[in-house]
Design a protein around this ligand. Structure first.
Ligand SMILES: [Zn+2]
Length: 132
């Protein structure tokens, strides 16, 4: 899925807000769960469906693209949802493997290998700064 804006229009925040609002409405109407709302969420009338921020970043070059892709594919491992990227079913990793974009055993620990964690070139640090 690729989202684009008309030429000369870079107002991502408005579009992201609209997408999140529409999703939240549909999600809650369908009985979807939300996290407990903290005092500040209640005060600012925010639901417990989304994190507060989104992260807008223009991909600079192929290396930056690769680092972001690695970040996405390693995230389920980082958060303890899977032991290896290939064990997480809800990922584009399998599609990338099928088109030779990744080795099937990228970051795999099934054979007691201990691959070095991927380097994300500061993506983690930037996300942490945003969360503060
Ligand atoms: Zn594995």
């Amino acid at each position: 899925l690729t989202l684009g804006l008309p030429d000369g229009d870079d107002d991502f925040p408005t579009r992201i807000a609209a997408i999140k609002a529409q999703f939240t409405h549909s999600w809650l109407a369908a009985g979807g769960a939300e996290q407990p709302r903290t005092g500040s969420r209640v005060a600012s009338r925010r639901s417990g469906v989304w994190q507060r921020h989104f992260w807008e970043h223009l991909i600079r070059d192929q290396d930056d693209f690769n680092a972001h892709l690695d970040y996405l594919h390693y995230n389920p491992v980082k958060h303890g949802l899977a032991k290896c990227p290939h064990q997480w079913p809800y990922t584009s990793f399998h599609k990338w493997v099928a088109s030779d974009g990744y080795e099937p055993n990228w970051q795999c620990t099934c054979d007691r290998q201990t691959p070095l964690p991927p380097k994300f070139h500061g993506i983690d640090e930037r996300l942490l700064e945003m969360a503060e």
